[in-house]
Design a binder for this molecule. Structure first.
Ligand code: SF4
Length: 366
């Protein structure tokens, strides 16, 4: 049996859920441990998604919790320890104590492959553990490897080694061109991304086989595996594919992603939530706060209760101000205007929320 553990974190968001479905369909032979790190402050739709996923996967999703010994909800327990100091983008203690620490405790020192649901149409790297026993893989992207692996693989210092690996791995009509690219050193005029793209364009499978051979010469967890099925994967999945996977599998798309129509001064718009995560997450946009106020008023009221002693979720605007009727109208109008501007400059952009979903905490929102 493999000594390497394969894990997949379910954030409660659509992309990690779709990745779990995808892995179960395409790589049933992998014994993946699914886990979720729960702050105790998600919307009920997230918990429903996790239940549906468990049915589809035929497996329990392991619930990781910080401060298990406390009878309180993990978030509230830590908040009390910090004297009511709310987390923010500048001080994201919630992610560290309630998500990353429990995850790192869960994997311990075991060699681990961690599958991450960043999509092929996203330009972000995602959470990469500083622990060397955890290696991230991104099955939805054209480049499935993490940045640290690629920067070693394409480093000028490894040109000869990598060139030899490709010589034995790839013998076809592209070999000459591949060698030409490989032997060109990185420089201010030729960066790693350009080199990576050129190599991937000449064959994703060939590239992956070469990276895997290279990894076998390192201490990465994957070096302990004799084979790795994902190196033959050439599929790239984007936003629409994710929704399709969720719907076709029967797991379903969490309700909060579904656009709801609103009207202000005769103008129509739609709003939704762009991401999973805590209902009071400070990364949400003002229109999402209004969505929370109108669609989950009890959760909004709960979020308001946290605002005391000068602490607030949004800098310079307490939640009690954001729900004044004139302010709600202003936020909705601005949102409609921004959405119109976006669709007039790019017909491909669904809306501002879709664009914003990549911002913030990769550990919480994938
Ligand atoms: S969802 Fe937001 S508030 Fe919750 S843990 Fe993540 S960053 Fe913190």
């Amino acid at each position: 049996m493999s000594k390497v553990r394969h894990v997949l974190g379910i954030s409660g968001g659509k992309d990690s859920a779709a990745l779990a479905i995808y892995m179960k369909i395409h790589y049933p032979e992998l014994d993946i441990e699914y886990y979720t790190a729960d702050t105790g402050k998600e919307l009920k739709e997230t918990y429903e998604l996790i239940k549906n996923l468990e049915i589809f996967l035929g497996k329990k999703i392991i619930q990781l919790r910080g401060y298990k010994e406390s009878p309180e909800i993990a978030f509230d327990h830590k908040l009390k320890m910090l004297g009511g100091f709310l987390p923010s983008a500048q001080n994201r203690w919630c992610t560290k104590y309630l998500k990353l620490d429990p995850f790192e405790k869960f994997v311990g020192d075991d060699p681990v492959i961690s599958y991450v649901g960043i999509r092929g149409d996203e330009d972000r790297e995602g959470y990469i553990s500083k622990k060397t026993n955890i290696q991230s893989i991104f099955p939805f992207r054209k480049n499935i490897w993490s940045e640290d692996v690629i920067s070693k693989f394409l480093s000028n210092l490894n040109i000869e080694v990598v060139s030899d690996i490709f010589k034995s791995a790839v013998q076809n009509n592209k070999s000459e061109r591949i060698q030409e690219i490989l032997l060109t050193k990185l420089s201010p005029n030729y960066n790693q991304q350009q080199k990576l793209n050129q190599l991937l364009d000449l064959g994703i499978k060939e590239f992956n086989h070469a990276v895997f051979s290279f990894i076998k010469t390192t201490n990465y967890p994957l070096s302990q595996e004799d084979s790795f099925a994902l190196i033959n994967n050439e599929e790239i999945l984007v936003r629409d594919d994710i929704f399709k996977l969720l719907e076709d599998s029967g797991v379903g798309v969490p309700e909060y992603y579904k656009e709801i129509e609103f009207e202000i001064d005769g103008k129509k718009g739609t709003y939704a939530r762009s991401r999973s995560g805590c209902f009071f997450c400070f990364y949400q946009q003002k229109i999402e706060w209004i969505w929370l106020y109108e669609q989950h008023p009890e959760k909004f009221a709960e979020a308001m209760e946290y605002e005391k002693d000068g602490y607030a979720w949004i800098q310079d605007e307490p939640l009690s101000d954001i729900i004044k009727p004139e302010r709600i109208a202003q936020i909705k109008e601005n949102y409609i205007k921004r959405s119109e501007r976006k669709t007039s400059t790019s017909p491909y952009l669904l809306d501002i929320l879709a664009e914003a979903e990549g911002e913030g905490c990769a550990s919480c929102f994938i």
